[in-house]
Design a binder for this molecule. Structure first.
Ligand code: SF4
Length: 380
């Protein structure tokens, strides 16, 4: 039976509370019938010593399988125009309060050059969803121009490019891959068809999104997905199913985050408190690391919206990707999928310095001038 998400927040365990990763997490449970029970135990653990033991096991797995470097992807939110109306999203088409923008090709290339000069190695091109021919051409032109502008001795193949522009026709995916994009993030938001249907209007289908994820893999992209954590009506069993969905889809990357409401796009129903959502978000990262081992997992900005050190905590629980903001500050506030998004006013330079310090504060270092592909993908 589904258990509602209701878990009290406990103070972070002291280092003395647990000196060893939990023994029950060892062994080959990941592909056995025991996996759901192990994942449920990770997500519902409340004893601080056990939580710390889980965290340590996730960190150990990360270091063994992916090393200690944090992969950076400069995030360029190049347009907030969207033809869809996801119920939870602040920039959905139906929100008339949002001023719309699209960066020019020159703007985008300038952001990309800045990333290359900083040694970021990769960037993410993200926007609201459009599928018209002009949009498809524009994305293709951006990919080609970024590659052209960022080739150097340090980066002979130019910056690595991740796309995050939603459900598209297979031909569009193939065209962008041929132009030089090689990673694609398409979040499923929930692997439960029923929850998915509650999050989206009737013209958006769970099956279409899953089909897109499969097409992306066939084309050759590194494929990433993710979910929102702490949604109204979501249970621990839903989250366990999300993790098994990632495993069975054999994803290369994950970008998950706590659900954060937007004043003009509020989902009906109760949600767990902020600390509970943060705690669940961190447990999901640890559970995903322990289940999937060598995938890339982002410490998302949504974690930082709930706690100033949310992203650092994400790294400590097994994440290894950070996406520094490089969207020009003049438009950044117009790309708010949720309320309370951090770093709206900081320049790209300020974000770079801040994140370097945050990453160093948890004893990790950044990978410079590397695409930072997922180890799982490299093994294929
Ligand atoms: S979540 Fe993405 S596709 Fe949905 S409304 Fe927001 S920007 Fe558009």
């Amino acid at each position: 039976m589904n258990r509602p998400v209701r878990i009290a927040w406990h103070k972070r365990a002291s280092a003395a509370a647990a000196r060893e990763p939990a023994a029950w997490l060892e062994g080959g449970w990941q592909h056995s019938d025991a996996a759901p029970d192990v994942l449920r135990r990770i997500l519902t653990a409340t004893d601080p010593a056990e939580v710390e033991a889980i965290r340590m096991a996730a960190e150990k797995t990360l270091l063994e399988h992916c090393g200690d470097t944090v992969r950076l992807r400069g995030l360029i939110e190049f347009s907030n125009r969207c033809v869809l109306d996801c119920h939870y999203c602040g920039i959905r088409r139906g929100n008339r309060a949002v001023k719309r923008y699209s960066l020019t090709l020159d703007d985008v290339v300038a952001c990309a050059r800045w990333c290359a000069d900083k040694g970021y190695g990769s960037l993410v091109l993200q926007s609201g969803e459009r599928r018209d021919a002009a949009f498809v051409r524009r994305v293709e032109a951006m990919i080609r121009a970024i590659k052209e502008a960022t080739r150097s001795e340090a980066q002979p193949d130019g910056l690595g490019i991740t796309l995050c522009v939603g459900e598209q026709a297979p031909e569009s995916y193939a065209r962008w891959f041929a132009a030089g994009a090689h990673r694609y993030l398409l979040r499923i938001e929930s692997s439960s068809p029923e929850l998915f249907a509650r999050l989206h209007p009737e013209n958006q289908w769970f099956e279409t999104r899953v089909a897109c994820l499969k097409v992306l893999r066939e084309i050759g992209y590194q494929v990433g997905t993710g979910v929102m954590i702490g949604l109204p009506g979501q249970t621990v069993d839903h989250l366990v199913d999300d993790l098994l969905f990632f495993r069975d889809l054999d994803v290369d990357m994950l970008g998950m985050g706590p659900y954060l409401p937007h004043a003009q796009a509020v989902l009906p129903g109760e949600i767990p408190g902020a600390q509970e959502r943060l705690r669940l978000g961190l447990r999901m990262i640890a559970a995903a690391r322990l289940l999937l081992r060598d995938v890339n997992i982002a410490a998302t900005t949504a974690l930082q919206a709930l706690a100033d050190d949310g992203r650092e905590q994400g790294l400590r629980f097994g994440a290894n990707v950070i996406m520094p903001q490089v969207t020009p500050p003049r438009v950044r506030a117009m790309y708010t999928l949720y309320d309370g998004k951090p770093c709206l006013d900081d320049t790209a330079e300020q974000c770079a310095v801040c994140l370097e310090n945050r990453i160093a504060s948890v004893g990790r270092k950044t990978a410079k001038n590397q695409w930072g592909d997922s180890v799982k993908f490299a093994r294929r």
